[in-house]
Design a protein around this ligand. Structure first.
Ligand SMILES: Cc1cc2nc3c(=O)[nH]c(=O)nc-3n(C[C@H](O)[C@H](O)[C@H](O)COP(=O)(O)O)c2cc1C
Length: 330
């Protein structure tokens, strides 16, 4: 199938692997791109610890980008996630952008709210021919229109069924995709949240999406560096097993473990979102839960699509299973 998403990004199948911090690395991203989709490196891609040094962080990203380029000649992207609270004092994004420009990265998966620095960055991407896939954590018609106006090439509509940081508005994927589709003037919309089999792909296309943006389905791949014991535990899990709790900025869900159960108890006892966020421990406890496989000390984030994943497959098979049937209809 080829459509506007494919021609904008120069890919064969309208599917993007959403960035997922430590769980992404050059191997995963290149495998997605080689299979005809577009892979995306997340923050701390390929790392086993975090560094607070902005230059070292950017150089670690450079190493991953160079490895992707060794493994594929197909388009790939890098997650740009500027600090929303310190627009004028964001130490990490400028050196990261330098690396993205110097290494000739073809596309970015940009997450943030429209503001002055986003408009400036979009201008710099456009000047260099870098394609912009825009995703708000809290998609609305207003931020969608602003992103399109600022130069986004594609916009992602993410529903509450997703894995990772959940939106403030609890609209499911079924509700958010047509809302965002009706908000854009001229650019394609991709759907995200809970998409893990071809039925979901078909449903989102019927709702007006022109492609899918998936995380969880790629965690459950042979190439993903998520801990083997976590993959095996998740094979037996459904969306009904996942624990939902408030945190910063709004909600999160996790496979059950000591930390996740404690977060649910704190939530029920009336803790503030700030207290819950501090207890949750940011990406570090995600790393401990999902990369190191300690599901009690850390947490394990997946979307509701986990119900429909019954096998750890190679990336190529995952992408073929999600999209191969579309060939017949184009
Ligand atoms: C474990 C995990 C980590 C994530 N980390 C990031 C991230 O670093 N940056 C980002 O923009 N989105 C992140 N996301 C969101 C994904 O890119 C994607 O939008 C989401 O997984 C789609 O929903 P799905 O998991 O139901 O397919 C993460 C999602 C998961 C499950």
């Amino acid at each position: 199938m080829t459509n506007r998403v494919c021609s904008i990004l120069g890919i064969e199948k309208p599917i993007i692997q959403g960035p997922m911090v430590y769980l992404t690395d050059a191997k995963l991203v290149a495998a997605v791109s080689n299979a005809g989709g577009m892979g995306s490196l997340g923050p701390h891609a390929g790392q086993t610890d975090s560094t607070k040094d902005p230059i070292e962080r950017a150089e670690r990203l450079r190493t991953q980008i160079q490895q992707v380029k060794e493994l594929t000649d197909k388009p790939f992207s890098v997650n740009v996630l500027p600090s929303q609270n310190h627009e004028d004092d964001d130490r990490y994004t400028p050196p990261q952008l330098e690396v993205i420009f110097e290494e000739g990265v073809p596309a970015v998966t940009f997450v943030g709210e429209p503001n002055r620095s986003m408009v400036r960055m979009f201008g710099e991407f456009k000047q260099r021919g870098i394609k912009i896939v825009y995703r708000s954590l809290n998609p609305t018609p207003e931020n969608t229109r602003a992103a399109e106006e600022a130069g986004a090439d594609i916009v992602v509509a993410t529903g509450f069924d997703e894995g990772g940081t959940l939106p403030i508005m609890t609209l499911g994927t079924f509700s958010i995709v047509p809302l965002i589709k009706d908000a854009v003037k001229d650019i394609p919309v991709m759907a995200a949240g809970g998409i893990a089999d071809r039925r979901a792909v078909d449903a989102t296309l019927a709702l007006g999406a022109e492609g899918v943006y998936c995380g969880t389905v790629f965690l459950m791949s042979q190439e993903c560096r998520m801990a083997e014991n976590v993959k095996q535990a998740l094979l037996g899990a459904t969306a009904r097993d996942l624990l939902l709790f408030r945190t910063m900025p709004a909600y999160y869900r996790s496979y059950p473990g000591d930390l996740a159960r404690e977060l649910v108890s704190m939530d029920k006892a009336g803790a503030t979102n700030e207290e819950l966020g501090a207890k949750m421990g940011g990406f570090e406890n995600l790393r401990i839960g999902m990369l190191e496989g300690d599901m009690d000390k850390g947490y394990v984030s997946v979307g509701n699509g986990i119900t429909h994943i019954h096998e750890i497959k190679p990336i190529k098979q995952i992408i073929d299973d999600l999209t191969a049937h579309l060939n017949a209809t184009d």
